[in-house]
Design a protein around this ligand. Structure first.
Ligand code: COA
Length: 396
């Protein structure tokens, strides 16, 4: 438990308690979406969530700001990385601009570190979370207008999913994520919330008595968006599009592609970047955790020289033996890593370097303070472009 903390003006930051539920829900609904109160309730009542997953700032008895931290697992090239997702962030209008969310993000990051997380990911309002160490790192599949709605294929049907469908939906999602270098599955908590919440809902596609596909939809009261499509059958994709269109009463719908699965059905993407935020609090610990990934990437380099990556303010030295990365040592400021055969990467580009679609080569093209140095082939092998598929609490 993180102890309560006094804030200026007689305010206090503390973990949430059951008696706070209605006030937190009210604050979230007032500042965000009506469904946020339900989402918060589902999280704090879940066995993997709990009230201590949420913190509040109180002014006497009044709850004036809140944030929630969810446990997640991000998987890079088969290696699970303990991670967190910050959600359900809001401050009462009368208390904005006093640093309350800055304080709550401090709480979230302390809690996250205490739970052994090596990174955080989140969806959030533009720019704001950069102020707390987040970088735009991982592309979000855009919601694109559906240009062609197919008919429901014969023998296929789509129905809303319930708790009993979670195992089959999870296994279809796992299969879909296998081809991505970076993935984040829905946690157990998230699955339980997804089949209970009103803000989005799950469907399954059936054929010959078998579930052959799944997806997530926003409700018809909002603009219908089809996302998280998981199937290996083109007919199931068609069935999901036909279902979504019917749900929208024939109005225009949007859908998110996933690795080309919906190719031929969607308008071209808009020329607008959309990314998940990611934060790497300690590059040295993360690099050390990722030694199996780094070793595999360097498998074709039959040299055991140390590899240096400088973040300018500090650097890491990867030591190697018999083709394996055996250690990661932290070092101080290093302005010219190229002299030592190393690469330079600005510290605020570590998350895009490790988890993004550009790799060191792409980042070097658009950032003066990223360069692979004299061993460019080795650095390109170490930091390749990564294709990602994250499943988050909200359909972004
Ligand atoms: C966005 C919101 C959460 C900010 O809460 P807050 O308690 O006022 O934030 P803080 O005072 O801790 O802000 C931290 C810093 O960001 C700045 N800031 C505040 N709102 C900002 C915004 N919308 N965009 C960019 N910076 C902002 C503050 O000036 C402060 O800067 P400083 O630390 O250098 O002084 C609050 O305005 C809110 O609840 N909005 C409606 C709901 C919402 O958008 N939630 C977030 C969903 S992801």
């Amino acid at each position: 438990m993180i102890p309560a903390m006094d804030l200026p003006g007689g305010l206090m930051l503390r973990e949430a308690r059951p008696a706070d539920l209605a006030q937190i829900g009210d604050l979230l609904a007032r500042r965000g979406d009506d469904n946020d109160a339900e989402d918060h309730r589902l999280v704090v009542h879940d066995p993997d969530g709990g009230f201590d997953a949420c913190a509040v700032v109180v002014d006497g008895d009044r709850i004036v700001s809140t944030a929630t931290l969810l446990d997640e697992t991000v998987v890079l090239a088969g290696v699970p990385i303990p991670a967190a997702q910050v959600e359900l962030v809001a401050t009462d209008r009368d208390y904005e601009g006093r640093g309350l969310v800055r304080a709550l993000m401090g709480w979230a990051h302390e809690r996250s570190a205490g739970r052994g997380h090596l990174m955080q990911v989140m969806i959030g309002i533009p720019y704001f979370y950069r102020q707390f160490g987040y970088q735009y790192a991982i592309p979000i599949p855009q919601s694109r207008a559906v240009s062609r709605v197919p008919a429901m294929p014969a023998g296929y049907s789509v129905r809303r999913a319930g708790p009993a469908d979670i195992p089959v939906m999870a296994s279809l999602q796992n299969a879909s994520q296998e081809r991505f270098g970076l993935s984040m599955p829905h946690s157990g908590l998230c699955w339980r919330a997804l089949v209970a919440r009103a803000g989005s809902f799950q469907v399954v596609v059936e054929h010959a008595g078998q579930v052959v596909g799944t997806a997530r939809l926003t409700p018809p009261e909002e603009d219908v968006v089809l996302g998280e499509v998981a199937t290996d059958r083109p007919e199931a994709v068609a069935a999901l599009l036909a279902y979504a269109s019917e749900l929208a009463g024939g109005e225009e719908i949007e859908a998110k592609d996933r690795g080309g699965l919906l190719a031929g059905y969607l308008e071209p993407p808009l020329p607008q970047a959309e990314d998940y935020y990611a934060r790497v609090p300690d590059a040295v610990t993360l690099f050390d955790h990722l030694r199996p990934v780094l070793s595999a990437r360097l498998a074709n380099d039959d040299n055991d020289d140390d590899v240096i990556v400088s973040f300018f303010r500090h650097h890491v030295r990867l030591s190697r033996s018999k083709g394996e990365v055996t250690g990661v040592t932290a070092g101080g400021p290093m302005q010219a890593p190229g002299v030592h055969g190393g690469a330079g990467v600005a510290p605020d580009l570590i998350a895009p370097l490790l988890f993004g679609p550009h790799g060191i080569e792409g980042l070097a093209r658009s950032h003066t303070d990223v360069y692979p140095g004299p061993n460019a082939d080795l650095m390109r092998a170490l930091f390749p472009p990564v294709e990602a598929d994250l499943l988050t609490f909200y359909l972004p």
